[in-house]
Design a protein around this ligand. Structure first.
Ligand code: ADP
Length: 484
């Protein structure tokens, strides 16, 4: 893939520790292009020992980084932000190759991922504590970096899921060790090279890849030098990491799975709702944790809404993300396709009707699944209990508006929800009653560096980005002064 890049030196296959690219003693693993299933590179694989060394490098650099000034942290983050933007095309090409999303979308993610670095470059100099009068004492509240932070990130947003954690940690004065997903190490390592060029000091940002996430995860979540663990991925792995990190009482931020409900009320603007719904379900081929898994549509408008969806979805071109005009790329791997297929087959066996798609597009390659619309999906289908992660719209009709909140909340997950209505009072009432960390009213575009992202219930804890994102990486210390 080097010939596809303006700057081939961004393609790194060794891990990044203590400011240098290094190989470990645990061999290497293959990275595949999900559009073709071709091997595109082999990357050094780290195990327990190498992970420990990376934590040591981060611990060593924390001794000096914690003393850096907020202005200094802000400056290096700004340089990293500029470096990411200047190399946005190469980063997107690397991302499309290993992750599959169409090039234009990959470029959008690079810009979005960079916006977190920009945001936290600003937050670095703005985040401070407080002061209180306590009768005959005075309280000074100060924010201090928590220490070495370990992150484990998923493959669906290979840039943004790293930058929104790393930039916040670096802004706070922490040092950072990230283990990206096995499917997308090359984007993470390119980010590391840009961090190096931007002058982020050695050991502040470290990237360790490996084919055995369990082994690396165990070390990251039990090593006493790590003070905080931040994870984005499945609820099952989140639970393992929480359990493992309990032995050393680490702080934790968990961004886990979702099962987002999207509710279309009788009075909704159906065109607007359809545009937003399709965008939400085709972004990254529906492989996002805020993708609507359950689309509840009032019975009286269900047929019209489904026609609107079909009109938008039908012309969407599916294919290799590097080909022009493609808007839906491959799913990440064969297991992902199997899962989507099983959800569709299950719904159909329970009475759902296929309006569009509903098939594995083997003529394009092993990992392609057609953008799909199902109607009359029943509440006992897999769409109502398991995250699907594919371009499938599961439309579930409902009659009674009073029941819809209960139905939407009938899940252990609570990440995102959406409501489409032209009624302000209904939007307020339902928006407040939905049990999720984020609610979109007439919009599915939730993600923004300036807004807090996070879930409740078994979708996780803590928020990223926004005005409180940096607090995740700071301890609030209270210093009490006698004043008499
Ligand atoms: P997904 O279904 O999105 O692949 P995972 O939770 O399996 O979600 O993966 C998210 C991240 O968690 C990846 O970086 C993966 O390597 C990592 N991971 C998977 N299993 C474990 C584990 N047992 N301990 C630590 N990290 C893990």
């Amino acid at each position: 893939p080097r010939h596809l890049l303006k700057d081939p030196s961004l393609l790194k296959t060794e891990n990044f520790v203590g400011g240098e690219f290094v190989s470990g003693d645990s061999g290497s693993f293959a990275v595949f292009n999900p559009a073709t299933n071709e091997e595109i590179a082999r990357v050094s694989s780290f195990g327990k020992e190498e992970t420990r060394k990376a934590i040591e490098a981060a611990s060593l650099s924390f001794m000096s980084w914690k003393k850096s000034t907020p202005s200094n942290r802000s400056d290096v983050l700004r340089k990293w932000y500029e470096a990411i933007n200047e190399n946005a095309e190469d980063l997107s090409a690397i991302m499309t190759l290993e992750q599959g999303k169409p090039l234009a979308e990959a470029l959008g993610e690079v810009r979005y991922g960079a916006s977190y670095v920009d945001w936290f470059s600003g937050e670095a100099v703005r985040s401070s504590g407080g002061y209180m009068d306590l009768d005959n004492r005075r309280a000074m509240l100060i924010r201090q970096p928590v220490g070495v932070c370990a992150a484990i990130t998923p493959w669906n947003f290979p840039v943004a899921m790293i930058t929104r954690k790393a930039a916040a940690a670096i802004a706070a004065g922490c040092t950072f060790v990230v283990k990206p997903a096995e499917a997308t190490p090359l984007t993470a390592l390119a980010l590391a090279e840009l961090a190096r060029r931007a002058g982020i000091p050695a050991g502040v940002f470290n990237v360790i890849c490996g084919s055995n996430p369990k082994e690396i995860g165990l070390e990251l979540s039990t090593n006493p030098s790590v003070k905080k663990i931040t994870f984005t991925g499945s609820t099952n792995v989140g639970k393992i990491l929480l359990e493992q990190s309990a032995s050393t009482v680490k702080r934790a931020c968990m961004e886990l799975g979702g099962l987002a409900p999207l509710i279309v009320l009788e009075d909704a603007d159906l065109k607007k709702a359809a545009v937003q719904t399709v965008a939400n379900k085709t972004r990254n081929g529906g492989q996002t944790c805020i993708s609507a898994n359950r689309i509840f549509v009032h019975k009286s408008v269900a047929d019209s809404f489904v026609s609107e969806l079909e009109e938008i979805m039908k012309p969407m071109k599916v294919g290799n993300g590097v080909d022009s005009g493609v808007v839906v790329g491959p799913l990440i791997n064969a297991a992902a396709v199997e899962k989507v297929k099983s959800h569709v087959d299950d719904a159909v066996s329970k009475g759902a009707e296929v309006v569009l798609g509903g098939k594995h597009l083997t003529e394009l390659g092993e990992n392609f699944y057609a953008p799909t619309i199902l109607k009359n999906v029943s509440m006992d289908s897999l769409f109502c209990c398991e995250e699907t992660f594919g371009p499938v719209l599961a439309v579930i009709p409902f009659e009674n508006e009073d029941e819809i909140i209960e139905r939407a909340n009938d899940t252990d997950f609570g990440l995102a929800s959406y409501v489409f209505t032209e009624s302000l009072s209904k939007a307020m009432r339902i928006g407040e009653a939905l049990e999720s960390g984020m609610v979109g009213i007439n919009s599915t575009a939730l993600s923004d560096a300036r807004a807090p992202f996070g879930g409740i219930k078994q979708s996780g804890m803590g928020t990223e980005g926004g005005p409180t994102g940096i607090h995740e990486y700071q301890n609030l210390k209270y210093v009490c002064f006698a004043a008499d």
